[in-house]
Design a protein around this ligand. Structure first.
Ligand code: AMP
Length: 600
């Protein structure tokens, strides 16, 4: 389609008129980042001026930045707990937002072991939709012809609950996939998925994955891009194929879904799609039977141009495995978002993962940046002396900041917990490298385990050793992603006072389970419902191993006075040292407890 030259974009020649409008929107927002931010803040403050929360700070109707910054404190989730609890319990008065809270989005961040509850309002769906609508126009600048085929995306809904006051609580993507925005999206030739809505919306994760995989296989030649939200999700799909290809091939051969797929809407949908195809079944068997799965993605889906998955932040650990299965296809990280707010997008999505920068879209919320010293342990904030936060357009290239947001849904000066480094600007909007999430020690999928949680888990588990007069003298941990799904490994050095009565394998297995029971609900959900995390492993190391670890660190320049045992390790020489001292390994023998309901 010829595109009106008046609609051409500095980002590049748009693929179609719709794309031209989207790119123009990006240009407008990023050129006018400062005025858009002022407008967003004024809108939020004006509409929420009568809320209980903002009234506390006596803004007296002021909607300007200076008054806002001088009166409203910077907060964390814990500070908002009382308000969130009241909303959850059914208080419908305008506590945080003048617009009614439509539901809670359950973040993968946790507070006291449970998912955080993020209040949201109806119109936020439009804002999320708007950000999604910008992704393909940008991608089309770099990868031509995406309208000639489809995307095989493994997308899932997760369980939802209701708060005591009756509001739904569910992950943001579940909310989005179940919305009309997604379900009745208009046809867009550049954004056609192989997975039917019925498969994406099936709440049973096995049936959902199974049917999405069948569709991907049926249309293998049409697939131009393969994706999931996170790298871990795509690898889980590959593992699923490894475990289930025989049954999948059988269903394809006879043209009928096996009886394990019981969801009536899926059966009805596949009665129309699935026809006997012995040739394809034979191909699937032939490829999957091979011992070597290197490059399997491009063998099964030969026209794939890139993998669309987030591999920044904690997900970077999966890059080598993705490269192995895909034969080194480009990895595209397209967006940066959270339950609290969708932040921005990558304007150069085909760049190398290490070079990914996200451009924050100034229309999504009001953004501030708390300067972060890379080596400091954190900035102490008191409400009496507000810290100096920097505005979106004033951040400096090369510096690191913690992201602080003020949203339409009523979060004010809320610390997201992400550390970002400025890499440059697109027009006047800064671009950020995602450095890390604060305080996260271990992560396999969407779980985020911090040092305090690990410490409590070790303490709880080590109680089981008391009757053997044994204690854990030191420990560290490691996220092992070599197997799919990955799992937590915890190295223990034990002190057994009576070697004749030291704990046996069974006891140490129970210690693994006790640790899992102590970990947060996102971890346990990953173990129980999503099968995205494997059984926790304890590796007992020889006595003296942690002293050797310290000697090693000191030999590399660590100060002997300040040396602290790292509670998580990933550096190869250290892993090698630890693994060479392992005397026994033990796995959790059962699943920990998890239900969708919250403990509190
Ligand atoms: P949730 O609220 O559970 O959706 O988690 C949101 C968090 O996931 C963000 O605050 C980030 O820490 C992380 N995250 C989201 N998108 C990305 C990305 N593109 N790269 C790295 N981390 C991300």
């Amino acid at each position: 389609m010829a595109v009106d030259s008046a609609l051409s974009s500095p980002l590049g020649p748009p693929a179609c008129e719709n794309d031209a409008k989207a790119l123009q929107f990006i240009e407008e927002m990023t050129r006018n980042a400062e005025s858009v931010q002022q407008r967003v803040l004024a809108e939020i403050l004006t509409r929420n001026s009568q809320t209980e929360y903002l009234s506390r700070f006596k803004l007296n109707g002021a909607a300007d930045r200076e008054t806002f910054k001088s009166r409203v404190p910077v907060i964390t989730y814990e500070d908002l707990q009382p308000e969130i609890q009241r909303i959850a319990n059914g208080d419908r008065s305008p506590i945080l937002s003048a617009h009614p809270i439509s539901e809670f989005l359950t973040s993968s961040g946790t507070s006291a072991g449970e998912r955080k509850l993020m209040p949201t309002i109806k119109e936020e769906l439009d804002r999320r939709q708007l950000l999604y609508s910008l992704l393909m126009p940008v991608m089309n600048l770099y990868v031509p012809g995406l309208d000639k085929g489809k995307g095989l995306y493994f997308l899932f809904v997760k369980s939802e609950t209701r708060t005591p006051g009756g509001l739904l609580a569910r992950p943001v993507l579940t909310s989005y996939y179940k919305s009309d925005h997604f379900k009745t999206r208009p046809y867009d030739p550049y954004n056609v998925y192989t997975s039917p809505n019925e498969a994406i919306l099936c709440p049973d994760s096995f049936q959902s994955m199974y049917t999405q995989m069948i569709c991907g296989l049926l249309e293998r030649h049409q697939v131009l891009r393969l994706g999931a939200v996170f790298a871990s999700g795509l690898l889980r799909a590959i593992r699923f194929l490894q475990l289930n290809w025989r049954q999948l091939a059988q269903d394809i051969e006879i043209g009928s879904l096996n009886p394990d797929i019981t969801d009536p809407s899926l059966r009805e949908c596949f009665a129309k799609i699935l026809k006997p195809n012995p040739e394809l079944a034979e191909f699937v068997r032939h490829e999957c039977l091979k011992d070597n799965w290197e490059g399997i993605v491009t063998r099964i889906w030969p026209n794939t141009k890139y993998l669309d998955v987030i591999v920044t932040g904690a997900m970077a650990q999966y890059i080598p495995t993705l490269d192995y299965y895909s034969g080194g296809l480009p990895l595209a990280c397209t967006m940066y978002a959270s339950s609290e707010c969708y932040f921005g997008l990558n304007l150069n999505p085909m760049c190398k993962p290490s070079e990914v920068s996200y451009t924050i879209m100034p229309n999504m919320a009001y953004f501030e940046f708390l300067p972060h010293e890379p080596d400091s342990t954190g900035v102490t904030l008191t409400h009496d002396s507000p810290p100096k936060l920097v505005d979106l357009v004033d951040v400096e290239v090369g510096k690191e900041y913690e992201l602080v947001i003020t949203t339409y849904a009523g979060l004010c000066r809320y610390r997201v917990g992400d550390i970002l480094r400025v890499t440059g600007f697109h027009n006047s909007a800064p671009q950020f490298h995602f450095v890390r999430r604060k305080n996260v020690l271990l992560s396999i999928d969407s779980d985020k385990t911090d040092e305090a949680e690990l410490q409590t888990a070790v303490e709880n588990a080590s109680r089981l050793l008391r009757e053997f007069d044994t204690s854990v003298v030191e420990y560290t941990s490691y996220a092992d992603t070599e197997t799919i799904p990955g799992h937590y490994v915890v190295y223990w050095e034990l002190l057994a006072k009576d070697s004749a009565n030291s704990p046996n394998n069974e006891v140490l297995q129970q210690c693994c389970l006790a640790m899992e029971e102590s970990l947060n609900s996102v971890y346990r959900q990953g173990r129980v419902a999503d099968n995205s995390i494997g059984p926790l492993e304890i590796r007992v190391v020889k006595n003296g191993t942690f002293e050797e670890l310290m000697d090693y660190a000191i030999s590399r320049g660590a100060s002997i006075n300040q040396y602290k045992v790292p509670r998580c390790v990933s550096f190869s020489p250290i892993m090698e040292l630890l693994d060479s001292r392992v005397v026994s390994a033990h796995f959790s023998p059962a699943l920990p407890h998890w239900t969708p309901d919250r403990r509190r």
